[in-house]
Write a protein that binds this ligand. Sequence first.
Ligand code: GDP
Ligand code: CA
Length: 327
Amino acid sequence: MTGTPRIVVLAGGVGGSRFVLGVRGALRARGIHNTAAALTVVVNTGDDIWLSGVRLQPDVDSITYALAGVNDAERGWGRQGDTERVNHELQEWGAGWPWFTLGDLDLGTHLARTGWLREGLTPTDVLERMSHRWDLGARLLPMTDSEVDTVVVLDDGARLHFQEWWTRHRATLAPERFENPGIEAAAAAPGVAEAIAAADVVLLAPSNPVVSIGPILAVPGVREALRATRAPVVGVSPIIGGKVVRGMADVCLTAIGVETSATAVAGLYGARGNGGLLDAWLLAEEDEAVAHEVAGLGIRPLVRPLWMTDAARQTALGEAALAAAGV
Ligand code: GDP
Ligand code: CA
């Protein structure tokens, strides 16, 4: 196509930010400099939490920091070169969670955000304001302005905030299910449905299908907007060679009865022609043997290199996802 394409990406944190960097890289490689006019990212807010009086938005911050180039890429979360003086002091007070580290620079972000929320700004307004500090090259939207933090329900009925289950227990407690209390009454954040409706392509990042993409799709109106858009919907597999790349997404998949495979995740999203969401699914070269299974679901399989281990690979994947949609 000619001109600037309108792209919407649904994304979680680490996998999401790597992929978004790749899409931005692909746009730049095409000579599009005002990438913010082309690229809208709808970010999972199911990971959000109140801790020590401040509002944390881990996935929003991972994407913001990565696009700004100030993220700690090695550790996978937070700010490059951060220190933990305030965190140490919080521990001395017995405040917060001893197993949840808040970096000093990161706390600056949380304080700024919390202050603005207290002044009455919505999460959408706050994110818009936070997007001005750096040249992110993308428009970021939270999936919703409502607080719908993910809860993990265990076999014995115990309920934990997702962050406690993930960070403290390293996803070792077998989950029975995941819930986002209040999500049925939530609405998509302003601009989300409109961006999907006006898009030339919608991309599902290779993020955790259950706790990153899952909550976005559970926001009333999002699934309907994806079903209704004229844009092709293209997903990228977070599973490579039948395994999650890093993290513990397999535990989440198992909990909802989905196998850890590229085919099963494609099946979870479903074929658009069959009541689901996907027109096409990018799966790894390592999973080439199961491409026919994806085709059998009614989804067009495209076998591509899916590792996002450096900027060149990220950009190549971003370009492959755009090309898959004919954009
Ligand atoms: P989180 O919110 O920080 O957990 O990050 P996301 O939900 O956005 O992404 C986590 C998922 O990214 C994991 O399930 C990984 O399988 C996937 N992932 C991470 N790195 C890569 C990669 O290089 N390629 C692909 N295809 N998936 C990846
Ligand atoms: Ca996350």
